[in-house]
Design a protein around this ligand. Sequence first.
Ligand code: TEU
Ligand code: CA
Length: 553
Amino acid sequence: MNNDFRKSTVYQIYPKSFCDTNKDGLGDLRGVIEKLDYIKELGVDYIWLTPFFVSPQNDNGYDVEDYYNIDPRYGTMEDVEELIAEGKKRGIGLMFDMVFNHVSTRHEWFRKAMEGDPYYKDFFIFRKGKGDGVPPTNWESKFGGNAWEYVEKFDEYYLHLFDVTQADLNWENENVRKEIQKILKFWMEKGVRGFRFDVINLISKACYEDDETGDGRKYYTDGPKIHQYLKEMHDATFGKDEGIVTVGEMSSTTMENCFKYAGRDTGELSMVFSFHHLKVDFMGNEKWVLVPTDFQKLKDIIFDWQTKMAEHNAWNAVFWCNHDQPRVVSRFGDEGKYWKESAKMLGTIIHCLRGTPYVYQGEEIGMTNTDFTDISQFKDVESLNHYQILQDKGLSASDALRIIQIHSRDNGRTPMQWDDTKYAGFSAEDSAEPWIAVNGNHTRINAAEQLKDEDSIFHYYQKLIAMRKELDVIAYGDIEPLAVKDPCVFAYRRTYEGHELIAAANFYGRDCTWKGAPDVTGYERVIGNYKDAVSVENGVMNLRPYEAAVWYK
Ligand code: TEU
Ligand code: CA
């Protein structure tokens, strides 16, 4: 494993949808072990596994009931130990997903709180309502509806920023913070080499007041004690081991806060996920609408984060996909004629940026959004809630379904497509049906096919990942945005110790010309998604549909 996270690439696995070895239709940890050689082949340094701890699975494991034990549906502690050891043998470090903003209401702490134990009641955020069934504040849950749940026994409400079965923890309580440190130490002792922290910038709540202008996020996002809590956690646990890599998922954050969260010397985290660049097909913060992608905004946001984080010595995680996002080839590329070109183009843009790239399972083979045609095929609590909310607002069932099809998190959660058999090799053919339907296009889009094909998306990603290791300019270089206002080109220059790298891409399915392109004579074309070179004449670069190319000097 590469201890320098700037040279590393992370592969994200959503175990429930990755590989099912015991034929029950649910992916499991033995499935991850079985596929380690495939992941090794891609060339990544770390695997981030989303939660597999004991959980009622109302939010697929982000509702943790017990951080110290493995949900039997995923496997056993022995499986986890074997996975860590087998990863290590292959130079791959395991990063676990720590959900510390909330716990499942089935967690022992919450159960004891509900029994009235004052010690544990103070682990959560209970407040009086405003009378007449009016909750303490008008804050909205991220999954729809008010964020407070009434408990008759106490005549109080508890806060849940996510599902009603995900109760927010009270970080003001030092005992909560101590318990969290214990959990981290436990997993560090097991040999875990990194952590991803779920919505970690929501843990410090500023106050409990009505938000007159919004949904409450301004009162709990990047709150007043957030940096203090992160430093304390860092100093007490992973900060003691330089080799541990950490990434914080930052919901609706500001860059100023990220300078500290992911600063080189701030003693908080190694890097951050921010999501502003993935809201360019939203209306403001409203996800459940259909609006075209704003390409200019996408570039502006990425370049802004790239340049300013660099100026402040802070580090980004760079990514298009995860288990909460639609598939990028469907979203910003083309599922049809230019499927392969556009998938490679999107990979090129991310992998040559300044930051640590994350590849989400199936992205490396160009997996697409679901082909679901009926709401009953969707499983995600967020999709199902919003399907109802949209209709309550007056949309027809078919219009609501259209929006869910485009934005649902389930787009990223259909089974990994290993081969062209009935269940795509996720489950054996004689298995129970997978928990969520396999995309019909697995007969065409699958790993087995791509491993055989030198020109596949898989092999292109493999090359991108290797390039970051070979060329210091990718890992360490400065970044200069190019073609900033061009309506179809995404391009930038990286520089480091006399070396230069230029990445250029056409984001659209038609030919485009980039006027004022840099002269690349004398540069080596290190990668590209068309066989022959791009033509450049008199400062004009002619890019074919979704063409991407990278030059190095
Ligand atoms: O997600 C945090 C989060 O707010 C979003 O990604 C959210 O799912 C989306 O914006 C809603 O439109 C994290 C996890 O990645 C997600 O899977 C969990 O459901 C969530 O936290 C709660 O733990
Ligand atoms: Ca299974």
